[in-house]
Ligand binder design. Structure first.
Ligand SMILES: [Zn+2]
Ligand SMILES: [Zn+2]
Length: 759
């Protein structure tokens, strides 16, 4: 007997090696939320809903009910129940009918893996496969395979698909009544199809519940509750939330049955609804799309991902994932630029910068409102998103510095195009995605430390890298939190609905893109509104169109940001500065204000907003120390204005406190030589090729006492250089007036004629 058993066992091992078991099942890809709710499911390639049930989703109740109904000795037999086989064999012979009563759960799994005609030969093969399954898998795994494959009629396979489609829940949330219902459907999938005739289904369910009672499978109270439970299953649509992220993750992780995203199902659902409804309001203004990304700052994980206003709208490119599309950022990179300038010690929030026309080698930026604001503080320049101060700062730190920081912060298009980017990048002359921008602002919410955003719950987040200092970040956040600012949407009732956030808007050239990105301590939200076709619309602006959506999303996330606002870093300090310049107060300075500064980093220049001038009593002449008369002069103070401000005031005939002309009899003025322009040459004609970036050189000879030389083009200030320094500019076509003045007030000008050629 033992010998016989051993030889059978050896034969089995031989066959097991010759005809190995292969379990290769294609499941529906499921994308779930961080809390493990089902967000999105994909049909298999054979158009089935075959969802993978995880072991921990199989509750003891489900296990008990299925084993009781299908195979009472499941936990004890080796894949085949010999008693049942013999009984079935006897029945078949005595009645002449074939019954399948002998099938264990394991044998049913074998049949579902390799569906075959029911013949004795195939039955033997099935038994062989059952042994193989038992050898390879645990009982729990075999039951799991059974529950994953059992058909529920139509294209629904497995208990998870049935549970999601008929009850709208995952299997571990099923009640006993629902478990009993699902356990009986596979035997008669047509007549007992849920939703078809629920009364018949309920009768059948109750019969089984009574059998459970008889078998003492569950407590009687539990059975009573289940009997009383109304039964109303119907076929639901499978969830289709976060479609863009679902497709993205499915492509990124092919063959994965369940992808656990980082999304919060509640916030995803809310954000999708808000974006969809918001977008519909502007549809007839020809603004067709809107997208949003919500990130939890601490974990850097994306908790809502809305890639278009309506995924199922084919006409307006609903399936395009706007989160990853490359677009012009408008002004949204400015906060980083100002942060870098703070870190370089160039400016502080109250520093004054001149917002007047300026020419950077042929590039003359204009403000959004096409106005100039004269002297303005750095904080107002950023809050009002002025262009000229931003271009000036970028000119000071050099675009390569900004490009380096942005490359560190994951901006791939900018990194790839670094050779071709210039000053205009700070006004939108470069390509970014909403994902990149939201990642950058998330770094601002994380004290200046950048890290890539996570899309899956269990992905480890790389160690963060410092982009700007904590101190600069705090100053930027303070500026971007001000509520009295020009980019609040008109008609916005800010007392009621404005969430406490730091935010920045952006509108791209041609009004193609409206951006608004904001953050508080806990969340960063990025919003873009526009057309996927790239079509511009006159009404499109970051402040008017994107910001209200940003506010709505923040309000919906519902969190008390006042209580958990950012705290001032220890290394940041406060000091008094002169309100006229933002510099350390000098002897004349009386209007003092408080400003932030970073000790050891921020500039320590003393204010020079006034300059002492000797004048005659009727203020018609000024003197220097060498020409001042013995008596009859007085000391007066005049504003010490930047040359570009004076040039702007003069050109626009704006009144200002002007220093009287210098004493014409002054020996020094008479003996001192005026600057003499050596390049270009007066009244010469210059040919400039429009196809290359050719520039004209400016140089001059000056007197020995000169420390600074100011260049002007068509009376507009161009640049300040040292006396022997040459500089370049790109002219316009036609006559161009070039002026040069020294710091002693002596000046000269010439005219040249410029012609554009294309060869
Ligand atoms: Zn001052
Ligand atoms: Zn003099």
């Amino acid at each position: 007997m033992l010998c016989l058993f051993t030889s059978y066992y050896l034969l089995f091992l031989l066959l097991n090696a010759l005809i190995p078991l292969s379990v290769n099942i294609e499941y529906s890809t499921l994308v779930i939320s961080s809390e493990k709710n089902l967000l999105h499911a994909f049909l298999t390639s054979d158009d089935k809903w075959r969802m993978y049930t995880e072991l921990d989703e199989i509750t003891p109740e489900l296990k008990k009910a299925i084993v009781f109904k299908e195979d009472k000795y499941f936990n004890y037999h080796p894949g085949v129940n010999p008693v049942a086989v013999l009984r079935a064999f006897y029945n078949n012979i005595s009645t002449g009918k074939r019954t399948s009563g002998a099938s264990t759960i394991t044998m049913q799994v074998a049949r579902m893996l390799e569906p075959k005609e029911r013949t004795y030969r195939n039955k033997i093969k099935e038994i062989f496969r059952a042994f193989q399954l038992e050898l390879k898998f645990s009982k729990a795994e075999i039951l799991q395979l059974y529950l994953n494959l059992v058909p529920f009629g139509s294209n629904i396979e497995g208990v998870k698909s049935a549970s999601v489609i008929y009850f709208g829940k995952l299997p571990d949330h099923l009640s006993l009544a629902e478990i009993a219902t699902l356990s009986i459907v596979p035997n008669r999938p047509v007549s007992l199809r849920p939703g078809n005739n629920n009364e018949v289904l309920a009768d059948e369910r109750n019969k089984w519940l009574e059998r459970y009672r008889k078998a003492k499978l569950f407590y009687p109270d539990f059975i009573d509750d289940a009997l009383a439970e109304p039964l109303n299953p119907y076929r639901r649509d499978v969830p289709k939330l976060a479609p863009h992220l679902a497709y993205r993750l499915k492509a990124q992780y092919p063959g994965m049955n369940i992808i656990r995203s980082s999304l919060s199902s509640e916030i995803q659902q809310k954000t999708e609804k808000i974006v969809g409804e918001y977008s519909r309001r502007f549809y007839f203004q020809n603004i067709k799309n809107a997208i949003a990304l919500v990130v939890e700052n601490q974990s850097r994980r994306v908790i809502a991902y809305v890639g278009s206003a309506d995924f199922f709208n084919n006409e307006d490119g609903g399936q395009v994932d706007g989160i990853r599309a490359v677009r012009s950022p408008g002004s949204t990179l400015k906060p980083l630029l100002y942060g870098i300038a703070f870190d370089k010690g160039l400016v502080t929030p109250k520093s004054i910068i001149a917002d007047v026309p300026i020419n950077f080698s042929g590039y003359e930026p204009e403000n959004y409102d096409e106005k100039f604001h004269g002297n303005i503080s750095i904080e107002n320049a950023l809050a009002s998103s002025l262009n000229i101060p931003a271009v000036k700062l970028l000119y000071s730190i050099q675009p390569s510095t900004l490009i380096g920081k942005l490359s560190d912060a994951g901006f791939s298009q900018i990194r790839n195009e670094r050779e071709h980017l210039g000053l205009s990048m700070i006004l939108g002359g470069c390509g970014v995605t909403l994902e990149e921008l939201t990642g950058l602002y998330c770094a601002l919410a994380n004290r200046g430390n950048y890290s890539d955003l996570g899309l899956r719950q269990n992905d480890s987040i790389p160690i963060a890298q410092k982009i700007i200092s904590e101190e600069s970040t705090f100053m930027i956040t303070e500026i971007l939190t001000q509520l009295k600012r020009p980019d609040l949407p008109l008609n916005w009732d800010n007392s009621l609905h404005t969430p406490k956030i730091a935010w920045k808007t952006g509108t791209s050239y041609g009004r193609r893109d409206a951006w608004s990105i904001g953050y508080n301590n806990r969340y960063t939200v990025g919003v873009w509104v526009g057309n996927f076709s790239g079509e511009g619309v006159p009404e499109l602006s970051g402040a008017e169109i994107a910001t209200p959506l940003l506010f709505q999303i923040f309000n919906a996330i519902d969190y008390d940001s006042e209580k958990e606002w950012f705290t001032m870093p220890e290394k940041l300090d406060l000091r008094y500065v002169c309100s006229h310049t933002g510099k350390i107060p000098g002897e004349f300075c009386e209007d003092l204000i408080i400003d932030y500064y970073i000790p050891g980093v921020s500039g320590m220049e003393v204010c020079d907003h006034l300059k002492k001038v000797l004048i005659n009593p009727d203020s018609s002449l000024s003197y220097c120390t060498s020409c001042k008369p013995e008596t009859g002069f007085i000391t007066a103070y005049y504003p010490n204005l930047a040359p570009e401000i004076i040039s702007y005031y003069e050109l626009n005939q704006i009144n200002y406190h002007k220093i009287p002309p210098h004493n014409p009899d002054c020996e020094r003025l008479l003996s001192g030589k005026r600057p003499e322009i050596t390049s270009p040459v007066h009244e010469n004609e210059y040919f400039v090729n429009v196809n290359d970036s050719m520039e004209i050189m400016l140089s001059c000879n000056t007197a020995n006492d000169v420390e600074k030389v100011y260049w002007y083009v068509d009376k507009k200030y161009l640049r300040t250089v040292n006396p022997n320094e040459t500089t370049f500019f790109r002219p316009h076509e036609g006559p161009v007036e070039i002026g040069c003045s020294d710091d002693k007030g002596r000046n000269t000008s010439i005219i040249i004629y410029v012609r554009f050629t294309s060869f």
